[in-house]
Design a protein around this ligand. Structure first.
Ligand code: PXG
Length: 289
């Protein structure tokens, strides 16, 4: 496996960045998690657009054109001969002196592209659904560190993940400081009630898979509402599922000990999983290895 660092490829063992990089020192940077399926990079433009928004907020200048960055993502897949991959694209503030001030980083931002084989949750969880819990760690306030910003500082989510795995759960719901549901540690959340799909509108990452599922549902004439809701609505929903690049779509059948409906993945969830699978095998930026 070879790793792309600033235009050059390095063996995994030799792929290293400076300890003075502000991405390492302060989590100062942004990233994307992208996937390719069967020689197609799924939603590459959307991922690059979201990355550009993160960089704009962080006031980090991309040291190349967006087009070149997309080409380099594909080149990394080709160098590693991967048709089905997980792609981690990282932009860091770059090397600087000690001290928070980004002006201490006089060089360019750093670009790293890691490609790897995909790791999904166990197949059993896709068939039978997942049990999740709500954790005490509250989601970052949007005016502290906005969850829409996919920054290299993921400690809020990591703390929540630790709280979930400590008690034997794979995923956790995080609430905002008013008690509304935001998302999970690496996935967005949807519920279905009376034929209407709902997903939180504030305080969560604007997931690419979330958007794809919204569009897929609308194509299937399912109404979608982006709105605030509480755990009470999840307990009493007919269906619930999570979406994310890594997880794709995974059914949720129990939250905080409450069965959701009959505790089995719902019909709409299964239909969306099928539609999403088909989409990932046909849409995307084609590449040859
Ligand atoms: N919420 C959060 C906090 C995320 O980090 C999502 C939602 C889903 O967004 P997308 O755009 O992927 O539909 C994410 C995405 C990993 C990994 O390595 C994490 C994500 C994506 C891919 C891999 O754990 N998070």
């Amino acid at each position: 496996m070879k790793v792309y660092i600033n235009g050059q490829f390095f063996l995994k063992e030799e792929a290293k960045i400076s300890v003075f990089d502000h991405g390492f020192l302060y989590g100062d940077g942004a990233f994307e998690g992208i996937r390719s399926y069967d020689g197609l990079v799924y939603k590459l433009d959307e991922h690059i657009d979201r990355l550009m928004e993160s960089l704009h907020t962080l006031m980090i200048r991309l040291p190349m054109t967006q087009d070149q960055l997309k080409k380099d993502v594909i080149k990394t897949l080709q160098v590693n001969k991967l048709t089905d991959a997980y792609i981690r694209l990282i932009v860091t503030r770059g090397e600087g002196d000690l001290g928070l001030d980004p002006r201490k980083c006089r060089g360019n931002a750093g670009i790293v592209i890691i490609t790897d084989k995909i790791t999904l949750y166990p197949a059993e969880l896709y068939e039978n659904g997942m049990e999740i819990i709500t954790v005490p760690t509250v989601k970052n306030h949007p005016e502290a560190l906005n969850p829409e910003l996919k920054s290299l500082n993921y400690l809020n989510n990591i703390l929540a993940k630790i709280e979930a795995t400590n008690v034997g759960y794979n995923e956790a719901i995080m609430l905002d400081s008013n008690g509304y549901v935001t998302e999970c540690t690496g996935d967005n959340i949807f519920i279905l009630k009376d034929g209407v799909l709902s997903t939180p509108v504030y305080g969560r990452l604007k997931g690419i898979t979330r958007q794809a599922v919204i569009e897929l549902a609308q194509k299937n004439r399912i109404e979608v509402q982006q709105r605030a809701f509480t755990r009470h609505e999840i307990f009493n929903a007919q269906e619930c599922f999570l979406t994310g690049t890594a997880a794709e779509i995974i059914p949720v059948v129990k939250l905080d000990g409450r069965l959701i409906n009959d505790g089995k993945p719902g019909a709409v969830t299964l239909k969306l999983i099928k539609g999403f699978k088909a989409m990932t095998r046909t849409d995307g930026v084609k590449y040859k290895i």
